[in-house]
Design a protein around this ligand. Structure first.
Ligand SMILES: CC(C)(COP(=O)(O)OP(=O)(O)OC[C@H]1O[C@@H](n2cnc3c(N)ncnc32)[C@H](O)[C@@H]1OP(=O)(O)O)[C@@H](O)C(=O)NCCC(=O)NCCS
Length: 164
C-alpha cells in the first residue's frame, strides 16, 4: 500500500529496466483486461527507442515509490503521447497534469507544432484532464482499440497563447 502525500516531494526522471515491475503493476490495475494493458516488452522497447521518452514520477526521499508514468514520442515536428497512468492511491493530486505538462514542455523546447494523443471516448477523467490542459477533440477514430472501443484523437497546438 502506497501512502499518499504531497506531490511536491516527487520528481520526474527517465524510466529504467528496474522500474518495469512497478510500472506493470500500475498498468495492470488501470487495464485489468490483458489485451489492453501494455506488456513488459512494450515498455522495455520504449526505453530503447531514441525518439521515445518514458518518464516516471518517484519520491525524492527513496526514489522507490513510483506514482505514475508517461510515454511520449518526439518525432519530426510533433509530440505523440502514447501512455499516461497514475497509481490509484495518488490520483487527484495533479500527477497526470504534471506528466502531461512535462511532455508539452519537451515539445515546446524542440519547437514542435503540436501534441496529440488517442484516448478512449468513455475515459471521462482522462478526456477532461486533457481538455483542462488545452487539448481539443479533433476527430473520432472508430474501433481504434483492440476491443473495439472508439478513440478521440485530441490535439494541442503549440503557440504562445496556449503554452503554460
Ligand atoms: C486519467 C489519469 C491519468 C488522471 O491522473 P491524475 O493524476 O489523477 O490526474 P490529475 O490529478 O492531474 O487530474 C485529475 C483530477 O485531480 C484534480 N487535481 C489536480 N491537482 C490537484 C490537487 N493538487 N489536489 C486535488 N485535486 C487535484 C484535477 O482538477 C482533476 O480533478 P477532477 O477530474 O476531479 O475534476 C488517472 O485517472 C489514470 O491513471 N487512469 C487510468 C489510466 C488512464 O486512463 N490513462 C489515460 C489514458 S489516455
Amino acid at each position: 500500500m502506497v501512502q499518499a502525500h504531497n506531490d511536491d516531494t516527487l520528481s520526474v526522471r527517465p524510466a529504467s529496466d528496474d522500474d518495469l515491475g512497478a510500472v506493470l503493476a500500475i498498468e495492470r490495475v488501470c487495464y485489468p483486461e490483458p489485451c489492453i494493458a501494455w506488456t513488459e516488452e512494450a515498455f522495455r522497447q520504449e526505453i530503447e527507442k531514441p525518439f521515445s521518452n518514458f518518464l516516471v514520477l518517484t519520491d525524492d526521499a527513496t526514489d522507490t515509490i513510483l506514482t505514475g508514468y508517461i510515454v511520449f514520442w518526439l518525432l519530426f515536428d510533433e509530440c505523440h503521447i502514447l501512455n499516461v497512468a497514475v497509481h490509484p492511491d495518488w490520483r487527484g493530486l495533479g500527477i497526470a497534469t504534471r506528466l502531461v505538462r512535462h511532455a508539452v514542455a519537451a515539445a515546446v523546447k524542440k519547437d514542435m507544432k503540436r501534441v496529440f494523443l488517442e484516448v478512449r471516448k468513455t475515459n471521462t477523467p482522462a478526456v477532461e484532464l486533457y481538455q483542462r490542459l488545452g487539448f481539443f477533440v479533433d476527430h473520432v477514430k472508430p474501433t481504434f482499440y483492440e476491443n473495439g472501443d472508439d478513440a478521440y484523437f485530441m490535439v494541442l497546438y503549440l503557440n504562445k497563447s496556449n503554452v503554460f
